[in-house]
Write a protein that binds this ligand. Structure first.
Ligand code: G
Ligand code: MN
Length: 409
């Protein structure tokens, strides 16, 4: 109960107290905010006319501090228009015009609290159902209910497939796509478990992926929270570490309390290379580029799409390629969808190319390899000044027949 008048405060406190509620009083906005930070309330009653912070300003702040509390405003008849507008904006749930009768006050309070509680219960029930759905869906995925699709990454020089990015394709009726799986894993604290299961599945894929083909694997930043745990989770990939690039998306800066630098260090020590994923998307900042000092940077498709028609994007990509060349970071352009985007990307000095134009993600390794072998991409070579000058270096040539023999297929 917040009111600058001692008399009003006392009266209202007495009425509310008699109705069976515990009351805490405050004489003004600053005091009220301090109290609200420390204690949870079912309802807050605020006077509109107060010196300093008025009742509306106070309610706007209390709404953030105590989102679960019912907010009632007491106002004189003259202020009613202003205050009702605040109700419409959702700052107060109820306005009581002075003078207030005992009956009006107690019944308004009871109603406001009850409706907040009903909303709260509905919200909690919905939330619990949602988490349950996430738990069940994730359990299915962790038990093997997923596939890993491979999307080709081609060299800019020879336009040969030199690598694949592994992309999660969940098989779950409860979780729609990879983002839903990640959200469920985040929500239930299973990011490390998910990483480990994926690493296991990818070790099987790598066994069928002939060297020197490389595999790009997406890591969740939370996995970097524990250097020992991340090494353990990715242990199945260690025999192939030299051919594995771990992609890191920032997704909100990693707090400095987390030893993520050490995690990257230990992963590097055992031979993995590190890429910054989605650079330019807002999820990965230039600061990450400086802090992580990656082996590879992957330019987000928001930077890449339309590179052939948007001069500013072209210049940005060119600048990043120059930076990459200067400090020894390879540049991958993601999301290339047209021949002309590919042509411009190559002319700007992008090292590696990825996108639907070069190939879609495919679950079947053999199909991916088959596609990788089809090295006749319809790009006009003569338009493209090769970066190293050496045109069409011999890329990875795959012998499928031999591969099948090796696998006993
Ligand atoms: O965040 P990350 O870059 O890892 O995401 C890769 C996603 O982008 C995958 O889901 C993949 O299917 C999608 N993708 C790959 N190439 C293209 C492309 O050329 N165009 C579009 N629109 N999406 C793509
Ligand atoms: Mn990625």
């Amino acid at each position: 109960m917040v009111d600058d008048s001692d008399a009003v405060r006392k009266t209202i406190a007495r009425i509310v107290g008699r109705a069976g509620y515990d009351v805490v009083c405050a004489g003004g906005g600053v005091e009220a905010i301090a109290v609200a930070r420390a204690t949870e309330f079912a309802a807050i009653i605020v006077d509109y006319q107060m010196p300093g912070m008025d009742g509306l300003q106070l309610l706007a702040q209390l709404r953030r501090i105590q989102p679960g509390a019912a907010r009632l405003m007491v106002s004189g008849a003259l202020d009613l228009d202003v205050v009702l507008a605040a109700v419409n904006r959702g700052e107060a749930s109820r306005v009581l015009a002075k003078p207030i009768s005992v009956g009006t006050l107690t019944s308004a309070l009871a109603q406001a609290i009850e409706s907040r509680e009903a909303t709260g219960r509905r919200w909690v029930a919905k939330r619990e159902g949602e988490v349950q759905r996430q738990r069940e869906g994730l359990a299915g995925v962790l038990a093997g209910g997923f596939q890993m699709a491979l999307q080709p990454i081609a060299s800019s020089d020879g336009l040969r497939t030199v690598a694949f990015e592994a992309l999660l394709r969940p098989q779950s009726a409860l979780l729609g796509g990879p983002e839903a799986v990640l959200a469920a894993a985040e929500e239930t604290g299973n990011i490390n478990a998910l990483g480990a299961v994926i690493a296991g599945a990818l070790a099987d894929k790598l066994a069928h992926l002939p060297a020197p083909l490389q595999l790009f694997v997406n890591l969740h930043p939370v996995e970097l929270a524990d250097p020992t745990a991340v090494l353990e989770a990715y242990a199945p990939l260690r025999p192939y570490a030299r051919r594995v690039v771990l992609e890191i998306t920032e997704r909100g800066a990693l707090p400095d309390t987390v030893p993520w630098r050490r995690s990257i260090e230990v992963l590097r020590e055992v031979g993995f290379r590190i890429a910054i994923d989605d650079l330019g998307s807002g999820a990965a900042s230039l600061a990450a580029l400086a802090e992580i000092d990656p082996d590879i940077m992957k330019l987000d498709m928001s930077l890449v799409r339309g590179i052939d028609v948007e001069d500013r994007k072209r210049r940005l990509v060119q600048m990043l390629c120059r930076f990459g060349a200067a400090v020894g970071i390879q540049v991958v352009a993601e999301g290339l969808e047209t021949e002309s985007e590919v042509r411009v990307a190559r002319s700007l000095g992008v090292d590696l190319l990825q996108g639907f134009y070069l190939g879609r993600p495919q679950v079947d390794v053999e199909a991916s390899l088959e596609a990788a072998r089809a090295d006749s991409l319809p790009v006009a070579e003569e338009d493209v000044p090769s970066k190293s000058g050496a045109r069409a270096k011999k890329g990875v040539v795959l012998d499928l027949a031999q591969l099948r023999k090796k696998r006993g297929a």
